[in-house]
Design a protein around this ligand. Sequence first.
Ligand code: MLT
Length: 253
Amino acid sequence: MKTLTFQDRGSGATVVFLHGFPFDSAMWRPQLDSLAASHRVLVPDLPGFGGSPAIGAWTIDGVAKTIADWLDAIGVKEPIALAGLSMGGYLALSFTRQFPHRLRKLILADTKADPDDAQAKEGRNAMIALVNSKGSAAVASAMLPKLVGNRAKVRDAALLERVHAMMSRQCPCTVAAAIAALRDRPDATSGLLSIAVPTLVVVGAEDALTPVEKSQFLAGKIPGAKLEVIEGAGHLSNLESPARFNAALSAFL
Ligand code: MLT
């Protein structure tokens, strides 16, 4: 297997972070900086994103398996804590279903379990047409207003610029392939009741893409799950409110 590029810092119990769409490992920078003092923090670039080589077919279940293969390739055998934001959360849920024995703890941030409905699928197809005709920067511009809450929109131009640049630098072919994978992702709702590891669900109170109700549903179904709502943050809660996000993470881990 062509392996993934990744960041690896700190020592202690292993925590793996899976980024959202269409980002790369850089989106977990505030968590890497904070958590590496007490844990081994691994942050891969998902296939075709950041520095990782592209793969033929992008599917949520297939990439979750790629993550398991990558952990094998770098010698991580012990059960991990796995954190995923949005698309990273879809992957974390798939990983949990396929490899429950490899998990110690689960963190689901700004994500959901249900699949796309017909209208959402149409939106994905329009987005694929957009990236194929105008490139990744056009997708970045279309997504940006929905990604952050009001405070970041009004007062954090530097964050908006960073996020836009991160999205724009991804390869259009990977962006298109990942959108198709998001459109066709499996319904993860039926597996929630059998999740047997301690789980933290985190969401920005102003998340427009995966609203708070989706996280309430996750936390209601996953046995013993804890829900943390971050006021003043949107979909990118880990970047918009890193201190609150990291505090919730540290307390849970
Ligand atoms: C993400 O942030 O990963 C995406 O918004 C997920 C999605 O569009 O379903």
